[in-house]
Structures are given as structure tokens and as C-alpha cells.
Design a protein around this ligand. Structure first.
Ligand code: 13P
Length: 255
């Protein structure tokens, strides 16, 4: 039986507070009678509490773009998992390549974040992994994916039934307007699934893990991804800033 697909809007640091509220309202209207999948918007931290108010009465879920691994204390400028949950988030994106690159997030930090998020039992982590261009060029993609998964997830416990979403984002294709070939995404997703099976066992993987794709998805190229066997959804950046286009993407991928 096909499982529900996840369609996630990653607004990154693109919108002011008022723009975020206004786009959230457009999403609410657009998706008012949409029942085909799980729609999630991830605005800036600043906009989360206003977005919650807007989304009241809608099925759209809220996600954060970052979290800190400690519960509270002298950690300037950070937000904990329980704070995000209290604010109304159900999801949080972790390990995105932009944070690895600009904020120097490393394996250990991402691992601690995954653990902290699962510990709340209120948030689902969306863990981003993906190779860069150099790694792809030198045929190291598979190794990099397995390594990133192991670093992020080894020793974590999902047997309480917590969900984990793995987002495969080839970093060299992000923001370029050109997604990779769907067949290539399918291959990478199979590698991810095999690695997860090794770590957690097939049963837990089919129950607890989802694998989604992200990088330059738009209304123009989503069709090729819709029929992939090992694809549970999409993480959308630029195209998620337009409610109409995001709706088309969501509609196509969840058909
Ligand atoms: P784009 O869709 O803009 O390529 O961004 C992808 C991404 O980074 C989603 O997390």
C-alpha cells in the first residue's frame, strides 16, 4: 500500500515576518481541501509562533529549520527541541548542507541534535545528507551517504516508534534550478535504505524511516520523481516560496 508522501517547504532565510505570515495564509487557502499527503512549512525561527496562529484549523504542519541539543542554559541565541515543540512545531530540519557549510555544523553536532529531538518524543527530525560535487566527481557518493548516515544516527534508538525522515540533498544541485535525474535519486535512496537496514533492521526501517529528495525541485521537473519506488516525498527550497508552484509540486507528487 502506498504510504503518505511528505512535501516540505523549506523557506530558509528568505522572508520577513510579515511576508512569512502572508505566505502561510496563502498556503492555508491553497491546501484547504488537500488530503493527499503531509504538507509541512518551515519558516524562520522568528516566524514560527505567528505561523502557528495562521495554520490553526488547517492540516498543514510546522517545522523548524534548526535546533540546539541542550534543553536550556547558557547557549546564546539557540532554541531547544522542547521550546520548538511548545511553539507548535512537529518537525525540525537537521544537518542541512547550508548549516554544515556556513555554521560549520559537524557530525558530532548533528548527532547530538538528532538525539535531543528524538528524546522530546514530540518532534520528527528531518535529517539532511548528500554529497558535494567533488565527492560525486570522484565516485565517492555512496560512501559519503553511508558515512553521513552512520555519523548522524549510530546508537540512536527508534524502537519507541519515533519517525525519522532522511532527506537526500545532493548539495551541488541545490539552488541551481536543475534537479538530478530521478533515476539517480532512486539509486541514492536505495543506498540509503540499505545502509539504514544494516543499522536498524528492515522492519524498523520500513516502519520508522522515510526517505525524501531535495534540490531544485520545481513544478517543471516534479513529474519524473512522482513514480519513484523509494521516494517518500520532497524537500523544496526556492519553489516553496510560491504557493501556486508549491501546490502543483505537492499535487503531482502525492497523486
Ligand atoms: P532548492 O529547492 O532551492 O534547490 O533548495 C533545496 C533545499 O536545500 C531544500 O532543503
Amino acid at each position: 500500500m502506498p504510504t503518505k508522501k511528505y512535501v516540505i517547504a523549506n523557506w530558509k532565510m528568505n522572508l520577513s515576518l510579515s511576508q512569512s505570515v502572508s505566505l502561510a495564509k496563502k498556503f492555508k487557502d491553497k491546501f484547504a481541501v488537500f488530503n493527499q499527503g503531509e504538507i509541512i512549512i518551515c519558516p524562520s525561527t522568528l516566524a514560527l509562533t505567528e505561523a502557528v496562529k495562521v495554520l490553526k484549523g488547517s492540516k498543514i504542519k510546522l517545522g523548524a529549520q534548526n535546533v540546539f541539543w541542550e534543553e536550556n542554559g547558557p547557549y546564546m541565541g539557540e532554541t531547544s527541541a522542547s521550546m520548538l515543540a511548545e511553539a507548535g512545531c512537529d518537525y525540525v530540519i537537521l544537518g542541512h548542507s547550508e548549516r554544515r557549510r556556513y555554521l560549520l555544523e559537524n557530525y558530532e553536532m548533528i548527532h547530538k541534535k538528532v538525539k535531543a529531538v528524538l528524546k522530546t518524543e514530540k518532534l520528527t527530525p528531518i535529517v539532511c545528507i548528500g554529497e558535494n560535487f567533488e565527492e560525486r566527481k570522484t565516485n565517492r557518493r555512496d560512501f559519503v551517504l553511508v558515512e553521513q548516515l552512520q555519523q548522524a544516527l549510530s546508537g540512536i534508538d527508534v524502537f519507541g516508534g519515533q519517525q525519522v525522515i532522511i532527506a537526500y540533498e545532493p548539495t551541488w544541485a541545490i539552488g541551481t534550478g536543475t534537479a538530478i535525474e530521478p533515476a539517480e535519486a532512486e539509486y541514492a535512496h536505495k543506498i540509503i535504505k540499505l545502509a539504514l537496514n544494516d543499522m536498524f533492521g528492515m522492519q524498523a526501517v520500513s516502519k520508522n524511516f522515510k526517505i525524501i529528495y531535495g534540490a531544485s525541485i520545481g513544478a517543471g521537473n516534479v513529474k519524473g520523481f512522482a513514480k519513484l519506488e523509494n521516494l517518500d516525498g520532497l524537500l523544496v527550497g526556492g519553489a516553496s516560496l510560491k504557493a501556486d508552484e508549491f501546490y502543483k509540486i505537492a499535487n503531482e507528487i502525492t497523486k
